[in-house]
Design a protein around this ligand. Structure first.
Ligand SMILES: Cc1cc2nc3c(=O)[nH]c(=O)nc-3n(C[C@H](O)[C@H](O)[C@H](O)COP(=O)(O)OP(=O)(O)OC[C@H]3O[C@@H](n4cnc5c(N)ncnc54)[C@H](O)[C@@H]3O)c2cc1C
Length: 377
């Protein structure tokens, strides 16, 4: 494949680069402190209003209907400018677009894409993470509403969300995968309590615990058919495992650019193994960037990657953890002495990548059984 920009892509890239020179808010990476989470909505709106967000999504919902490679250009340029990465919500857009009715899409997609409404994803529960189908939150029909009771955990952005993409059990009398339905439930109502959780790196605004106690959701806000929640969830997690959908390459590249600059500024202050860690992180990020380009170009050709998203998720994890290891190596003893050290935070956050969106062990199980056709244990 040809990695060079077409004339339209080159024009877009230079317009974006010029815009970023004047509009980079300059706050730190998502993985290192609360400022990113506090100001993510503002950055989302700024990018959207300038025409640099939602590029590949339909115009009807506020997108630009451009090929997905334009998202890669955004990732390249924000990383080069040291600007914050674009918000990662493509997987929710994909879930609603694939399974929602026209009414649901018209109702929810424009404000999700523009950033007017903030969303969280209420899938995991204290006893249902890898075994998601074991979830126990219930939605019980009561007139024109379902009444929701249960507990969700590790819900990213729950403290600021207006809406939650919720999975709940609507039928306890059928096999567990078949009794789940998906909903768009308002987070602004009585019967919902949100408690932030502190991450190992000190971040407190990334995720939280949400309790539903008699919260209500209209029947019309079900996404997909009754009992179709498992299929909806699989659409979402398969896209959540694709780095192209998430824009994480920009975050990795931003960190690696900073590490390269640090080593360039004072090369003799660093041992060969530290320089090698930075070089390896650079190679890995570039590998992932090209892999994303290939995947997106295959998608344009109508190729559905199906369980291949699990390979991408493992690659993304290896890259993020190589970048985290390089940051820690370059920081050296500072990271051990200062809990506010940015490299330490990047490193600690990178450990979460092998858990969020499905653990590495689960991805390997999927690759073994669904791609390699190996027997299950
Ligand atoms: C930063 C972050 C953000 C998150 N955001 C969200 C969110 O927005 N919404 C949401 O719903 N969830 C979210 N999660 C939760 C995430 O999806 C779960 O943590 C993940 O699915 C694992 O579930 P668990 O934590 O219950 O671990 P468990 O499922 O209990 O797994 C524990 C360990 O056992 C292993 N294991 C379990 N089953 C198997 C098996 N069959 N074969 C081999 N090994 C196995 C796992 O790999 C893991 O190592 C987030 C998590 C993180 C870290």
């Amino acid at each position: 494949m040809d990695y060079r920009d077409s004339p339209a892509e080159a024009e877009f890239r230079s317009r974006l680069r010029a815009w970023l020179a004047d509009n980079n808010p300059g706050f730190r990476s998502s993985s290192t402190d609360d400022e990113y989470w506090a100001r993510q909505a503002e950055w989302h709106t700024t990018l959207y209003n300038a025409g640099f967000f939602g590029l590949s999504w339909p115009k009807r919902y506020g997108g630009h209907e451009l090929p997905t490679v334009f998202d890669v250009i955004v990732d390249d340029e924000v990383a080069a400018a040291g600007a914050p990465p674009r918000p990662s919500l493509g997987y929710l857009v994909q879930g609603i677009s694939t399974h929602g009715t026209e009414e649901i899409k018209d109702r929810f997609l424009p404000a999700l894409i523009s950033g007017k409404d903030r969303w969280c994803q209420g899938f995991s529960e204290p006893d249902a993470g890898s075994d998601l189908a074991a979830l126990r939150t219930t939605a019980t029909l009561d007139g024109d509403d379902f009444v929701v009771d249960g507990r969700k955990i590790w819900t990213s952005y729950s403290d600021v969300a207006d809406w939650c993409f919720l999975l709940a059990r609507t039928d306890a009398d059928v096999p567990k995968h078949k009794g789940i339905s998906a909903f768009a439930i308002s987070m602004e109502q009585p019967g919902i309590e949100r408690r932030p959780l502190k991450m190992i790196n000190g971040t407190t605004k990334e995720f939280g615990q949400v309790t539903f106690d008699g919260a209500r959701v209209p029947v019309a806000h079900m996404i997909g058919e009754p009992g179709e929640g498992w299929r909806v969830a699989m659409t979402i997690v398969s896209h959540e495992r694709e780095p192209g959908e998430l824009g994480y390459v920009a975050r990795y590249a931003k960190t690696v650019n900073r590490l390269k600059q640090t080593v360039h500024d004072d090369p003799h202050a660093f041992r060969p193994d530290q320089r090698e860690a930075v070089a390896w992180a650079h190679v890995q990020v570039e590998m992932l960037r090209r892999h994303v380009c290939r995947r997106l170009s295959e998608r344009l050709d109508g190729i559905d990657h199906g369980p291949g998203g699990s390979i991408d998720k493992l690659l993304m994890t290896w890259v993020e953890q190589s970048v985290g290891a390089a940051a820690l190596s370059v920081s050296g003893p500072r990271a051990a002495l200062d809990t506010e050290d940015e490299a330490l935070k990047v490193y600690l956050y990178s450990r979460a990548q092998s858990v969020m969106g499905g653990t590495s062990q689960i991805q390997k199980n999927i690759i073994a059984t669904r791609i390699l056709n190996l027997p299950t244990a």
